[in-house]
Design a protein around this ligand. Structure first.
Ligand SMILES: [Zn+2]
Length: 333
């Protein structure tokens, strides 16, 4: 299989978004140590609204300027080292403000659909520019913030206009409806790559967009009980490097589903989930040996345990002749 190790490179969206050093820069350096041992490259989906807002506040606040410079330097280095830098949009940054005390977060408009067609066009243009200013004209792939890709009627034309033709947001059986989140990916084509036009869950062989879904793996309720327990009581190797707090987003109904019956779960390198990578690879390779295996992750969710599991996974994948690639390999084809 072709393996894509994708990382949503971002702070938290809760009241305390965390420090740049501990939530983004340090865990990213830790991930790179592991990847470098195997010559593997990541796909970074950079929360570019954050960058755009830092640029906005930098002239008035040295703290914002310092954070912008630090993140920019890391992104430049990632790009030079051959990692992909692609677009991740969390539009709530439009409503977040910065002063000497730091960020004042506002997630009332968490979904891009809360904005008008004109505003969405402007957001995609500015947020993409925040990346191309750093890495040049290499940005063509998208992942929706919080998986909130639907409805696609206002977002699709804006992505198209600004040259974004690959999406990697949807996943099999994905479903969430909470105060902040909404998406419904039930019934997507069972393929690891397909084209679409107006609706990301409906294949259209002549469509403009290419979808490379995030891979899934059937997980038993037992795992989620262990997950919940580790989250509550885990320490040491299960402790994240990050120092912020998330805003939540998993609805009570989704959580109940996971704790009571087997569910398709995202293949992820975050925390305890990294322990499932090998089995998930095997299960996906059995179904589609030539397909794409897309792993999601977040620097803010990196733990010492997850790094060790990722290291083991990359060795395992190498031995079985699977290849880690970036989305730029599609652009070159
Ligand atoms: Zn995100």
């Amino acid at each position: 299989m072709q393996i894509f190790l994708t990382l949503d490179y971002e702070l938290f969206s809760g009241a305390n978004p965390g420090s740049v050093e501990k939530t983004i820069l340090l865990p990213t350096r830790k991930l790179l140590e592991v990847a470098d041992r195997h010559g593997a490259k990541f796909v970074f989906f950079v929360d570019s609204g954050y960058l755009a807002r830092l640029q906005h506040f930098a002239p008035d606040y040295p703290g914002a300027q310092a954070d912008y410079d630090a993140v920019r330097a890391q992104i430049e280095a990632l790009d030079k080292a051959g990692h992909d830098i692609q677009l991740h949009i969390h539009p709530h940054w439009e409503d977040c403000t910065y002063d000497a005390r730091g960020w004042k977060m506002d997630t009332s408009r968490f979904r891009i659909h809360s904005f008008t067609q004109e505003q969405i066009d402007d957001i995609v243009a500015r947020y993409k520019k925040a990346l191309t200013d750093i890495v040049g004209d290499k940005v063509f792939a998208y992942r929706a913030g919080g998986w909130c890709l639907q409805p696609f009627d206002k977002l699709g034309p804006a992505l198209k206009k600004h040259g974004i033709w690959l999406d990697s947001t949807v996943y099999e059986d994905g479903l969430n409806s909470s105060q902040t989140h909404y998406y419904d990916f039930r019934g997507i084509p069972g393929k690891s790559l397909y084209r679409f036009e107006a609706d990301p869950v409906k294949e259209d062989p002549d469509g403009y967009f290419t979808e490379v879904p995030i891979s899934t793996y059937a997980v038993s309720p037992l795992f989620f009980w262990r997950f919940a327990w580790t989250k509550k009581f885990g320490s040491g190797e299960h402790k994240v490097y990050a120092d912020g707090i998330g805003a939540g987003g998993t609805s009570g109904a989704s959580m109940m589903r996971m704790l009571t019956r087997p569910t398709k779960s995202l293949v992820s390198m975050d925390g305890l989930r990294a322990s499932l990578l090998q089995k998930a690879l095997d299960a996906n390779a059995k179904k589609d040996p030539e397909g794409n295996f897309v792993v999601i992750g977040h620097p803010k969710a990196v733990t010492p345990y997850a790094l060790r599991e990722l290291d083991r996974f990359l060795l395992y994948a190498e031995q079985r002749q699977h290849h880690v690639k970036t989305f730029s390999s599609f652009a070159k084809q």
